[in-house]
Design a protein around this ligand. Sequence first.
Ligand code: 8X3
Length: 253
Amino acid sequence: MTSETSTNGRKVAVVTGASSGIGAATAKQFAAEGFRVVLGARREDKLEAVAEEIRAAGGEATVYKVDVTSDDDVAALAKAEPRVDVLVNNAGGAWGMESVEGAVEEKWRWMYDVNVLGTLRVTRALLPALKTTSGIVLTVGSIAGRQVYTGGAGYNAAKHAERALVEVLRQEVAVDGVRVTEIDPGRVHTDFSLVRFDGDETKAAAVYDGVESLTADDVADIIVFAATRPNRVNIDFLQVTPIDQVGGAKPKK
Ligand code: 8X3
């Protein structure tokens, strides 16, 4: 992170899935650290609300509609933002908890597209800019990408694949001075479960009921910490869970 050519001399952090949860919290924290933040997500009204909060606090934020499954959206983002110091690949998610025997291919395809190909699309498009700044790519994986659990096969497969992508990328771009870090959270209280259970609020609430989960800010803290180390410090990955989830990826039902 050497060049000083961004708008107002600020370094630029691009965050996908920035309209809520870990993405929104991460964007706010980067802005508080003095970065100009570039927020991408599908829901523009929600994105704009996050950006307004950042601006009200004295930060600088730019918003783009970015569905990471759309090549056009990603290309437009890359064209409009020639300087990138930090990329946070946060867009992703789980859909369903069917057994392997009951697997729904549509859900598996969506999970692969968002978690794996989405991370590929955005990273590939922004790599030229990241090489120019000796930047850093941080990808929000999951403990589900390191361990498996019953009912998790589609999500486990996608998150394991995303981790493989990230590990290969690290080896390929180290020579360019680009660092690649994976942040692997366990249970974080966000809309994650609402999405997984098709908007079923009772099922989603049960995941977090009676246990203390991580907050989106807990994870954002770690992302910003990893991104703001000196360039000589490479962090391969950080796994973070609530205390009751130590040693096992199994989500609470
Ligand atoms: C989600 C982690 O523990 O809910 O990425 O499967 S967990």
